[in-house]
Design a protein around this ligand. Sequence first.
Ligand code: HGY
Ligand code: MN
Ligand code: MN
Ligand code: MN
Length: 428
Amino acid sequence: IHEPPHSFFSNSLSVDAQTLQKQIGELSTFSDSPAPSVTRILYTDKDVLVRRYVKNLMGLAGLSVREDAIGNIFGRWDGYESELGAVATGSHIDAIPYSGKYDGVVGVLGAIEAINVLKRSGFTPKRSLDIILFTSEEPTRFGISCLGSRLLAGSGALEKALKTTVDGQNISFLDAARSAGYAIGQDDLSNVFIKKGSYYAFVELHIEQGSILEERGISIGIVTAIAAPASIKVDFEGNGGHAGAVLMPNRNDAGLAAAELALAVEKHVLESGSIDTVGTVGILDLHPGAINSIPSKSHLEIDTRDIDEKRRNIVIEKIHQSAVTIAKNRGVELSEFKIINQDPPAQCDKSIIEAMEAASKELNISHKSMISRAYHDSLFMARISPMGMIFIPCYKGYSHKPEEFASIEDIANGVKLLALTLAKLSLQ
Ligand code: HGY
Ligand code: MN
Ligand code: MN
Ligand code: MN
């Protein structure tokens, strides 16, 4: 069967919105924090359970399921020219502490429903279609963002680092992976790498995590580029001491050094010359954390991003200089300044953008092109395959908090557009 006449085909795409809505609700119950918040951390019991839930849905959709050594899960619908590069879609289901139930999930459950939509319409793929559940997009447990897609895209540095990476409880990455049933009996993770060319195209459906689409009443965002993320870990050390007995001139307070650096992050970001530069200190720990003990240690983690890589790197440089100056002025030691990741931005592929625009027009769905300020697994899939992203509106742009919400109508539009885009790419 070759490309059916557009009108017949796009009219035959029907999304089972009710079932999808129920699945999103069910999936959100696999959480380590009370509803409506969701917390689902890599390789925890809830993560293992939710993987089983998703693998079951992939099986019900008639996909053949395989998992790699770190738990990236692949559901495949073989095409009639399966030797050609496949078309893939997917996202993540891990959730940072006290977040929402749509970030990532829409791109996994929505992808499975998109396959069901195509099957119900009688479509048969030429290029095979893959759904990928990336093992861990959030940096929560091991401090590494997009761990699954970063490794899958062939990061040798990450493969090496994972041999010595531990989490906050000193559990090694490999032990954690094995507790979830992965990486059994193997230390070498390079078999996770996927060769460039294996995929003809990769498309991710995701909530916007911003408020542009909702404010302008537009149903779909066609992403043109993904901003360049970076993260830094910093430790300061001082002598600490008794909050009453040590007079101010004799102190070297590691807590105040951290506070000053956090404000310096804000200053350097605001001075960058562009509204597109952002910086956040989301983690700031003081040791020993007692009201009457001068902090002898402080630990902060900095997230800074920009759509312009050079501008972002200048901010990183300035933050480093400030850390050194603050340590000198306050007589504390800068015991660690470690850049965890400093990734380039990714451009979306022109022909995938065109396929999305054509599909939006055929489906008569309003759309606009836009950048993604959040990072996604797509940022790394772009290293081994042409990449595109579809955004749907989310309530007030809320994300990474329990109030995160996307309407089933908006989700259904995204699923329909994903289905038609996958069909077009599969027949290319
Ligand atoms: O932080 C991010 O951009 C992503 O949502 N994890
Ligand atoms: Mn997220
Ligand atoms: Mn996400
Ligand atoms: Mn993301």
